[in-house]
Ligand binder design. Structure first.
Ligand SMILES: [Zn+2]
Length: 233
């Protein structure tokens, strides 16, 4: 039997049980066990892991843990190298709408099951957003984030912080229904499709070329603007 000592930093503590959050966690194990495996056995999904230090040396997730190792595990750094594209777990319809509202590419279908998502995310290079850490622990998942909150606005704040999306926001660029990019549309061309009050108070419109949905800067937009301001603060 071997013994290793783990210390988790920052937001990785969210995954630990209350009595594990302070100080070090002692793990006893048999045979060849990677750091990744032992970390996941404590409930921390590998896409959340950043720097790993073993007795002060940097090591990769696949490092085989040795008897007596002292392992420090840090959360992955915020930010994302390329333009982020997301795949959202079912039941995250509200978060999907918020992210699309801010212009982000979000694939979402409430009938996708775990195996379908585990196949799509790596194939399309999408970041998996879920509250299911078991799903994030699947080997094929490279990029993913476990949402801590149940509230869709707090979830949005988490995602914006984790992937540093503040500067990449492009409100009114994507259809909330079908994820397709929107196009500006002349008011005159859609006049017959507008409600009287919308016709009266709004002049700027966008149209989804895929599903025909019309968008204007109404109450939902104003709520979202307020939220963005709060997030930026
Ligand atoms: Zn659409």
């Amino acid at each position: 039997m071997s013994t290793a000592y783990f210390v988790f930093h920052g937001r990785l503590k969210d995954f630990l049980q209350r009595d594990q959050k302070q100080g070090q966690i002692v793990i006893s194990f048999r045979g060849r066990q990677s750091v990744k495996h032992l970390v996941e056995s404590l409930g921390v999904p590998h896409p959340e892991i950043g720097q790993i230090q073993v007795d002060g040396r940097d090591e990769a997730q696949g490092y085989i843990t040795q008897d007596g190792d002292r392992v420090e595990v840090h959360p992955i750094q915020n930010g994302f190298t390329s333009e982020p594209r997301f795949l959202l777990d079912c039941h995250l319809g509200r978060l999907t709408a918020h992210l699309r509202m801010l212009g982000f590419d979000c694939l979402y279908q409430n009938d996708f099951d775990d195996s379908v998502m585990a196949e799509i995310a790596p194939r399309e290079g999408r970041i998996l957003l879920t509250r299911d850490r078991r799903l994030l622990m699947r080997k094929v998942i490279r990029d993913g984030y476990c949402l801590r909150s149940l509230d869709s606005f707090e979830q949005l704040t988490e995602v914006i912080r984790r992937y540093e999306l503040r500067r990449a926001m492009q409100p009114f660029h994507r259809c909330l229904r079908c994820n397709n990019p929107l196009k500006p549309e002349e008011k005159a061309a859609i006049l017959d499709r507008l409600e009287p009050l919308t016709k009266q108070y709004f002049d700027e419109f966008h149209l989804c070329p895929a599903c025909g949905q019309i968008y204007w800067k109404g109450s939902h937009y104003e709520r979202m603007q307020k939220l963005i301001e709060e997030i930026v603060e």
